[in-house]
Design a protein around this ligand. Structure first.
Ligand SMILES: *[C@@H]1O[C@H](CO)[C@@H](O)[C@H](O)[C@H]1NC(C)=O
Ligand SMILES: *[C@@H]1O[C@H](CO)[C@@H](O)[C@H](O)[C@H]1NC(C)=O
Ligand SMILES: *[C@@H]1O[C@H](CO)[C@@H](O)[C@H](O)[C@H]1NC(C)=O
Ligand SMILES: *[C@@H]1O[C@H](CO)[C@@H](O)[C@H](O)[C@H]1NC(C)=O
Ligand SMILES: *[C@@H]1O[C@H](CO)[C@@H](O)[C@H](O)[C@H]1NC(C)=O
Ligand SMILES: *[C@@H]1O[C@H](CO)[C@@H](O)[C@H](O)[C@H]1NC(C)=O
Ligand SMILES: *[C@@H]1O[C@H](CO)[C@@H](O)[C@H](O)[C@H]1NC(C)=O
Ligand SMILES: *[C@@H]1O[C@H](CO)[C@@H](O)[C@H](O)[C@H]1NC(C)=O
Length: 645
């Protein structure tokens, strides 16, 4: 074989370097990286494509319905995933010439919400915020648009609809002050936060949370703001995350100065800690309600300065306790009869002295802090939680985390810790995730990019190979092995009481699949082939990595020759120069907990004659030339993969 000399030296160097790099050191916690990586295709997903990509979208989906509404620039899309009907309605700018200084005379739809049994649609309408009710396929002008839509696209715009009340962080007038406010704009008395309460806030979420008594119902407002300590302490982060509580029944203060101000606002630092790492940049919040008010859980998704992520869970009981018992930061005097943050029954207004104290010292001293239940090096942007009842009747919490790379991680919280079981790439081509909505009634996830909305079933058991080991090791509470296939708990429930094999809680001991009468033959065998390899040629053995949490080992005549630890993307063994002692049987064996599987067996044999064959098929000339370019391509690919890792 003749290779040009220069690339050959380089090639060998690369081979040596690559071979030594093929098994990168495993991450501190392999369970935090996705075990299986898939692109969704034939997993029961359905797609709705917009046609040309949009520049901006807002997604609306009502729980339990088959449809989505998408607000875009100057138009509204509707799509029904059950019967694939859709329509598109123009929402053109109605006012010309525009009010805008910056020529942005578009009508970006920014809000779609159910309000008083109608779909409320609001848009920027060329700096002239306008709302419509969408009734029986017709637009009706809605009179109170102030504060419901911003004057231009604004990432800090948050709207909370609660019965007849609407709360908003959107400016009512184009030239209002710079410091954003949280207002009640419709329903009960109009109220706003004072400039003392928040410094340059960036809002994350607002939610209504019930408490023991109706008059005690609270609004929790989650935001980041300028850290007052960062001027004194140069290592302190510039911004800090907060949870604020306000009484839903706040009627303003008793004095004329405080009559239209929130008088029950108090805020606390919200922190998520993983070992000695602090995560103080709140990214998203998801609330899981409980019939017992104090057990309602608030899931906070945080990132740190390295853009690593962590998830913490806070109970409403604990947050409420902090606000009820903590002293006010900076205040040492006696508290007034009506404590700051206290909700009052009936028509009572907050006494002026209570308001003044809370307005001067809006922060409580104690922090709301928890230990992370999950953390890793990915940068997540959105979190949704689903509670699923597994085959054993136990309910598990599953986190759906949207990454900044357009994928979703499914993380199962088990008593032994959280496991990242799956990475899904939901879109046809890689795209940024704009919005994720989880439908607990339909058990589906609606994921939107600027080009499409995808409806994904939460139980995607097709992601796992149809073998008992693959299905059970997935640790996916939605899936279990039954009747010779990997079935979803939802389908299974309809099939009566056949046992569903799952191994969610016992991650030790024996192979539960071996006891299954319906274990398929694929477990334990796998691909088997004979390959003729010429002497002095190069060859590589490729083992398909299914689980990124498993150990893969290549054996040559039963002697281990390459060990690939969890976290690798490939487990490839290179033979640089085929010599007599290198012929024989090579097998790749995957090992994960109790499960062992032979994935590939290749029997490398010498050619019968002098005829040189490459992988049995190619004649000498093509073998030589093909193999050089092939090897360069392969090395390039591996180098790229390694750089990405
Ligand atoms: C599709 O479903 C929607 C709502 O369920 C219904 O209004 C519509 O008529 C259906 N369209 C077709 C073509 O069946
Ligand atoms: C085994 O699988 C077959 C189909 O593959 C099914 O008909 C049978 O009921 C299964 N038996 C058990 C015990 O699950
Ligand atoms: C399944 O078992 C439960 C109790 O173990 C029983 O109540 C139920 O009727 C059974 N369902 C079917 C379809 O056999
Ligand atoms: C494995 O877990 C089960 C229960 O989950 C326990 O009963 C058993 O003792 C454990 N076995 C070992 C070897 O740790
Ligand atoms: C490989 O070769 C052996 C003997 O040379 C033969 O028995 C076996 O069937 C072959 N296997 C395959 C998969 O072709
Ligand atoms: C491969 O090994 C043989 C025997 O050790 C040696 O003669 C030959 O030069 C080597 N070939 C290459 C390409 O390194
Ligand atoms: C190894 O096999 C997998 C799966 O068949 C394939 O995707 C990958 O490209 C192969 N790698 C190489 C270097 O051939
Ligand atoms: C992989 O191998 C390492 C070292 O042999 C071992 O510590 C680890 O537990 C193994 N992991 C799995 C999932 O079997």
């Amino acid at each position: 074989m003749s290779f040009p000399p220069e690339p050959r030296g380089l090639l060998l160097l690369l081979v040596v370097w690559t071979a030594s790099q093929l098994c990168p050191p495993s991450a501190a916690d392999p369970a935090a990286s996705p075990r299986i990586i898939i692109t969704s295709s034939s997993l029961g997903e359905k797609r709705f494509l917009f046609g040309p990509p949009e520049s901006h979208i807002v997604l609306y989906h009502e729980q339990g319905t088959p449809s989505v509404f998408v607000g875009a620039e100057s138009k509204l899309y509707y799509h029904n995933f059950d019967n694939s009907t859709d329509y598109e309605v123009p929402f053109k700018t109605t006012r010309k010439p525009s009010n805008c200084k910056n020529d942005d005379d578009k009508n970006y739809l920014t809000l779609l919400e159910k309000y008083q049994e109608k779909l409320l649609i609001c848009g920027t309408n060329a700096c002239n915020p306008t709302c419509w009710n969408w009734v029986h396929g017709k637009k009706e002008i809605f009179m109170h648009a102030q504060g419901l839509a911003p004057f231009g696209l604004d990432p800090n715009a948050l709207v909370l609809v609660d019965g007849d009340d609407i709360y908003s962080t959107i400016k009512k007038h184009q030239y209002n002050g710079k410091n954003p406010r949280f207002r009640r704009i419709l329903g009960s008395t109009e109220l706003y936060t004072t400039d003392m309460m928040m410094k340059n806030p960036q809002f994350v979420k607002a939610a209504m949370v019930k408490q023991d008594k109706p008059y005690n119902a609270k609004i929790y407002l989650f935001f980041r703001e300028d850290n007052p300590d960062s001027s004194r302490n140069p290592v302190a982060s510039k911004s800090i995350s907060r949870v604020a509580q306000l009484c839903k029944g706040d009627k303003g203060g008793s004095g004329s100065l405080s009559a239209s101000k929130w008088t029950t606002f108090l805020k606390a630092t919200l922190l998520c800690v993983d070992g000695d790492r602090h995560f103080n940049h709140l990214q998203d919040v998801f609330i899981v309600e409980s019939p017992v008010w104090s057990q309602t859980k608030i899931y906070g998704l945080f990132s740190n300065e390295w853009e690593y992520s962590a998830v913490c869970v806070y109970s409403v009981g604990a947050i409420s306790e902090v606000f009820r018992t903590s002293p006010l930061k900076g205040y040492t005097g006696e508290p007034p009869a009506v404590r700051p943050g206290q909700c009052l029954e009936g028509d009572q207004r907050t006494p002026h002295e209570t308001f003044q104290l809370a307005d001067s010292y809006p922060e409580v001293l104690n922090r709301v802090q928890e230990k992370a239940i999950f953390s890793n090096k990915h940068h997540y942007q959105q979190i949704e939680i689903h509670q699923v009842e597994a085959g054993d009747g136990v309910t598990y919490n599953v986190l759906y985390l949207a990454t900044d790379r357009g994928t979703i991680h499914k993380v199962v919280v088990l008593p032994t810790g959280a496991i990242n079981v799956l990475e899904i790439q939901p879109f046809q081509s890689s795209a940024v995730i704009q919005s994720v909505i989880l439908d607990t009634a339909r058990k589906e996830l609606f994921v939107a990019s600027l080009s499409e909305v995808v409806q994904l079933p939460l139980a995607m058991c097709g992601a796992y190979k149809n073998t008992c080991g693959s299905c059970v090791l997935a640790r996916d509470p939605y899936c279990g092995w039954t009747g010779g296939r990997c079935d979803s708990v939802y389908d299974h429930k309809q099939h009566g009481n056949r046992t569903l094999l799952q191994a969610l809680t016992h991650d030790n001991s024996s192979d539960i699949c071996s006891s299954s009468s319906n274990n398929t033959k694929e477990d334990g065998t796998g691909l088997h082939m004979n390959v003729t390899v010429p002497q002095q040629s190069r060859y590589y053995l490729n083992c398909t990595v299914e689980s990124h949490h498993a150990n893969y080992t290549w054996f040559h005549n039963n002697r281990a020759i390459l060990h690939c630890r969890p976290g690798h993307r490939h487990c490839i063994y290179f033979i640089d120069n085929m010599t007599d002692d290198l012929y024989g049987t090579y097998s790749c064996i995957a090992k994960e907990d109790w499960f062992t599987q032979t994935l590939v067996t290749e029997n490398l044999v010498k050619p019968f004659s002098k005829t040189i064959a490459f992988r049995d098929k190619l004649d000498k000339d093509t073998a030589t030339t093909t193999s050089l370019s092939f090897w360069l391509g392969l090395l390039h690919m591996l180098a790229v993969v390694l750089v990405i890792q």
